[in-house]
Design a protein around this ligand. Sequence first.
Ligand code: NAD
Length: 473
Amino acid sequence: MDVVNPANCKAIAKVPISTRDEINAAVEAAKEAFPGWRRTPPLARARCLLRLRELMEERFEELSRIQTMEHGKTIDESRGETRRGIENVEVAAGIPSLMMGYNLEDIAAGIDEYLIRQPLGVFGIIGPYNFPFMVPLWFAPYAVATGNCIVLKPSSEDPISQVKIVELAEEAGIPPGVWNLVNGGRTVVSGMLDHPGIKGVCFVGSTAVGRDVVYKRCGETGKSVISQTGAKNFLLVMPDAKFERTIAACMTSFYGNTGQRCLSGANLIIVGEGLKEHESNAFYRKVADGFVAAASKIRVGYGLDESIQMGPLRDESKKKSVIGFIEKGIEEGATLKLDGRDVKLVGDWPHKCFLNPSAFEDVTPDMTIGKEEIFGPVASIMRAGSLDEAIQMIHSNPYGNAASIFTSNGKWAREFQYRTQCGNIGINIGIAAPMAFFPFSGMKDSFFGTLHGQGQEAVRFFTESKVVIQRWF
Ligand code: NAD
């Protein structure tokens, strides 16, 4: 399969699509490597990860450029992604401490009890296209650090970053069979879900696949599962928000990564809490106009140009889908204030996958564009009379990935954090992305499972607790 750079439409690589036999071979290799890797002391496993980290640092720029070329994001966004990926390797290298159990002497006279954590065997990891480098690293380093082996399937759309990582893992001394890679789409996923040799699966992607295919099939086949899925994120602007900083944060949230982030802002609610009607109208206009003016200045083009602020969509079909949403928004009565279909680029690139930022006003939460995940550079601007009403608007949406509030009022911020049913909350932060040592949360239709990726929760996911009670006569 060709991997095509969406900015210049040139094929940059070819990847093979793995057959059923190759999936079986990968699982067999992992199963075979498991006993030896499990017996490797955690400190020795950690040293392999530290070497991997060093190699990633040495190739930092190369790895970042690959992401821009295979995905389309700007080079600075790619550097951010590389950094976030490496941080997960660093955190997982703390495994000798992270994997410790606990004990208690004399739970009865002369009897001690302790808990140990043990790896399970082989895990499957299935990635989405929007963060080709980072997302699989929310899981892979923790799986490997805890003594498991993995079969990883990157998105078929941009798999090169993961091919590079597996090469570096080998160079770092991670033994053959521990870190395996297969390529392909849905057939490969179903091969992994059905494979009896795979004990658990980590999936990141759309809700349709994550819930209806992955979570369901893992239940049927008895696999443990982390399934992180789709999103529709709301950002609230309160009357006392710092105006310039809020608008700047909104630009990165709504249009960064071309809107293809599960933490991207999608709906902007301008909240007139405590304001009289005419004040509320003036406040609304100021924020909405400021937002649209800033969005219209975003420089769109090929992400390897350092001055570019927004790259193309990953491919033509994604652009088509976003245009479909824009048309639906117009049809349902929203006002299109900024029309990104009118493509203007910095540089002479084919328009095939590009859109400029779009922004709608007069959107309500029940309209298609207010409700469904667009996954592109389209903002829906809404109004609420109070914080309470805004929180209810968030709760009327089935997703619960992220939500942010912009305010100078601690009471409003606390109320928002306390009540909002979303897994990642931002307070004066536009992209509420948890660091590697915190779980990547998600609620409602944005997450299926119990434990999340990253940090301590990932360590727990990749290990089974065993409790030992001992008495010596
Ligand atoms: P996707 O669901 O189309 O694909 C995800 C993975 O599943 C890919 O590896 C793909 O090859 C495979 N796949 C696709 N269709 C399949 C099918 N019918 N059966 C089995 N496997 C299938 O998602 P995507 O378009 O690659 O990624 C975008 C989605 O991921 C968005 O919905 C976004 O919100 C979500 N996402 C969520 C998080 C999170 O942490 N919650 C993070 C990043 C992306």
